[in-house]
Design a protein around this ligand. Structure first.
Ligand code: SAH
Length: 432
């Protein structure tokens, strides 16, 4: 036990289902205390194997949840995942204008709401806190708005919380301290929550960038007219492999009711957890007003097999070295629209290129470049190219908004600027 940093009995028994006083306690103690120090990744592989042996193959959703957010070894709990030196880079990390323009969008929508004197800015999965900090910098330019808002970050990873605390307050804390609330360096209070349900049920503007793509999905494949489920099983001789269930599973019966009769796909992915969160956001918008802006790599109910892993900016086998690579699947915006229901209005999805163009990224770039040297200008233009080019992040990433049912205008960024078709060739750049 001493060999595994941070592993307590309560966490361990939660992971393995072994009671502290259980029959296997003796064996486990011996396993953990007397052997050579176990590599965490190896420990995790053993844990997955034991779980599959005990309960049968895992759904892809269970597998994703374990790999990404398991409290001991989870990818987002342990790793330095972002940036050029990490496994992927996200739009806010590429250029400050991305977050600034989303900030301006929030201020605009607040004005449309009639400038209420209280508004919660809620961000789901804020990563390093870069998007939040870029938005907050913009907000601080609008005194009345800045006075009205509080920032609520929904984050499961204590490590990510540390990054966010530093980005927003400048403070650092020891790794095991959990900060719940703090005043940001921009004025408004920041509050951290583990789940959306913990955010006060008040008027909110919810932002989610590259959040839904890591929420667990189930995968189904059609065979002889019936939906079978794709599962993760143990491979003979070690390692993991995909298998197809023999018949339709309970999940297949429960989670595919949204598919249209006309849907011709023989392979679909669905994230019920995302669906529930989208429903909850819609309920809030319908009950209390506000907006939501969901930004992700995604499609409108047309794609089939998008589940994949990223490591060091390259595609990686999702079953290899679980916990060392990011797992992701495209967001299905048609499913999101279905989950929003009839009590709200939705806008988009439009491409990232469309949204940022509509929000005036060109003019903002001109202004920022004015007093810069050639080298800096070139770097700025290159980063905007990465955000905007169809074969970079410009077309694969989509913006989707939720607003109250009586909204009688199209929010900025959502008016189609040009008719976009999906690029014919495969996306050349990595999606993250
Ligand atoms: N929005 C950020 C980071 C995206 S990565 C950006 O664009 O740069 C996903 C983020 O969601 C990470 O901060 C991760 O720790 C967090 N996360 C993962 N699973 C989560 C869950 N179930 N609930 C809340 N946050 C989660």
């Amino acid at each position: 036990r001493r060999n595994i940093p941070g592993l307590t009995w309560s966490v361990f028994s939660r992971l393995t289902g072994v009671n502290r006083l259980g029959r296997r306690q003796h064996e486990i103690k011996r396993d953990l205390c007397t052997q050579e120090p176990l590599d965490l990744k190896e420990f995790f592989m053993r844990h997955l194997t034991a779980r599959i042996k005990a309960n049968g193959p895992l759904s892809i959703a269970e597998y994703m949840k374990e790999v990404l957010t398991n409290p001991v070894t989870g990818y987002y709990i342990k790793n330095e995942v972002f940036g050029e030196s990490g496994d992927f880079i996200t739009s806010p990390e590429i250029n400050q204008m991305f977050g600034e323009l989303i900030g301006i969008w929030c201020v605009h929508e607040w004005q449309q709401m009639g400038k209420p004197d209280k508004l919660q800015i809620v961000e789901l999965g804020p990563g390093k806190g870069t998007l939040a900090a870029d938005m907050m910098r913009v907000f601080s330019q609008f005194k009345e708005f800045n006075k009205a808002i509080s920032l609520h970050l929904v984050e499961v990873s204590p490590k990510m919380r540390q990054f966010q605390l530093e980005a927003l307050t400048g403070a650092t804390t020891p790794e095991d301290t959990v900060v719940e609330s703090q005043r940001s360096k921009y004025g408004p209070e920041v509050h951290w929550h583990r789940f959306l349900d913990q955010v006060p049920n008040e008027r909110s503007c919810v932002i989610a960038h590259e959040f839904f793509d890591i929420l667990p999905i189930y995968k189904f494949q059609k065979k002889d007219g019936e939906w079978h489920e794709i599962l993760v099983d143990i491979q003979e001789g070690g390692g993991l492999r995909f298998i197809m269930s023999r018949g339709p599973t309970t999940n297949a019966k429960a989670f595919l009711t949204h598919l249209a009769e006309t849907d011709e796909r023989d392979h679909v992915e669905v994230s019920p957890e995302s669906g529930i969160i989208v429903q909850k956001i819609s309920q809030r918008v319908s009950d209390h007003g506000g907006r939501a802006l969901i930004i992700d790599y995604g499609h409108e109910g047309t794609k089939k097999d998008t589940f994949r892993a990223f490591k060091a900016h390259k595609l990686f086998d999702p079953l290899e070295m679980p916990g060392s690579a990011d797992l992701t699947a495209d967001v299905d915006f048609a499913y999101f629209k279905h989950c929003c229901g009839e009590n709200v209005k939705t806008f988009g999805p439009v491409t990232q290129n469309n949204f940022l163009n509509g929000m005036g990224i060109g003019a903002r770039l001109q202004a920022l470049m004015q007093d810069k040297d050639v080298e800096t200008r070139r770097a700025m233009m290159k980063s905007v190219w990465r955000l905007m080019h169809p074969q970079q992040m410009g077309w694969g990433f989509k913006f989707f908004a939720i607003a109250p049912k009586d909204t009688d205008y199209v929010p900025p960024g959502f008016t189609p600027i040009t008719a976009h078709n999906e690029p014919k060739s495969e996306q050349k750049s990595e999606p993250k």
